[in-house]
Write a protein of this length. Structure first.
Length: 261
């Protein structure tokens, strides 16, 4: 599902991206304001960062998380989220009957699905008539959209292929809306959220860059001299505050729709 980006370490993913996902997820759920007591499916749940937020914020009747990575699922299970269970599967072949859930979500996932239209079709299939199908992704193709967009830009300057989701083309809000409409969903709405994350210092931020580099096929073996140059360039671009901390922003696009009754 990831096409050149491998997510196999739940703890590392939590530091690099899980915290970011929760920041967007808070705004996303406030915008959607889902009713309590729903049967939820979290597709591509990874290490359970957003699944945990669903459990905390939405008082679900039931909560199922699915992901192709068993290592990520192990971390998700370690969260001990009440009323949640986790299963291993991909997004384009969900092992559930039609109309099994009240709501299905993909949090920072859809642009990793090789056929996003098929992924949305599967989401729609397993949700009951009148139920909710929703997602959010980083605004990956626009400056400042991805939390590590500066890293991406500097990798290009170093003649290294940047790490991008394989279907980053669906990350604009209008592209998400089109996917939802083509799937036959109704009451489609889109939104954009800008979130900020505070890092203790540059080293704290750099640790997320190193995790990202290890996850990418094109960057895993980045020579030490290029890694050092990348760090130096990012130091220059990311000023710290008086206490040494660093505040960084990112932007995500979201979409929600209903299954036709």
């Amino acid at each position: 599902m990831t096409g050149g980006i491998r997510f196999e370490n739940g703890r590392a993913y939590e530091h690099m991206m899980g915290k970011w996902s929760r920041l967007v997820g808070e705004d996303f759920l406030s915008w959607m304001a889902p009713a309590p007591g729903l049967d939820w499916l979290d597709i591509g749940c990874g290490n359970g960062a957003f699944t945990e937020l669903l459990g905390e914020r939405c008082a679900p009747k039931s909560l199922v998380g699915v992901d192709p990575s068993e290592a990520q699922l192990d971390y998700a299970r370690s969260r001990r989220i009440p009323d949640a269970r986790f299963e291993q599967c991909g997004a384009m072949a969900l092992p559930f009957a039609d109309a099994s859930f009240d709501a299905a979500v993909m949090a920072l996932v859809l642009f990793f699905v090789s056929d996003p239209a098929r992924g949305v079709e599967e989401m729609t299939r397993v949700v009951k008539p009148g139920g909710t199908v929703c997602a959010y992704v980083w605004d990956a193709l626009e400056p400042g959209g991805f939390p590590l967009s500066m890293m991406q830009e500097e990798l290009k300057s170093l003649a290294t292929m940047p790490i991008l989701p394989p279907r980053a083309d669906i990350s604009p809000a209008r592209a998400l809306a089109q996917l939802w409409l083509e799937a036959g969903l109704v009451e489609v709405k889109i939104a954009t959220f800008v979130v900020s994350r505070t890092f203790q210092d540059f080293d704290d931020f750099w640790s997320t860059v190193e995790i990202a580099l290890r996850m990418g096929d094109s960057t895993r073996e980045l020579p030490s001299e290029k890694r050092t140059e990348l760090r130096d360039r990012l130091v220059q671009r990311l000023p710290t505050q008086g206490d040494g901390s660093l505040v960084h922003t990112a932007r995500a696009n979201a979409v929600v729709g209903k299954v036709r009754q």
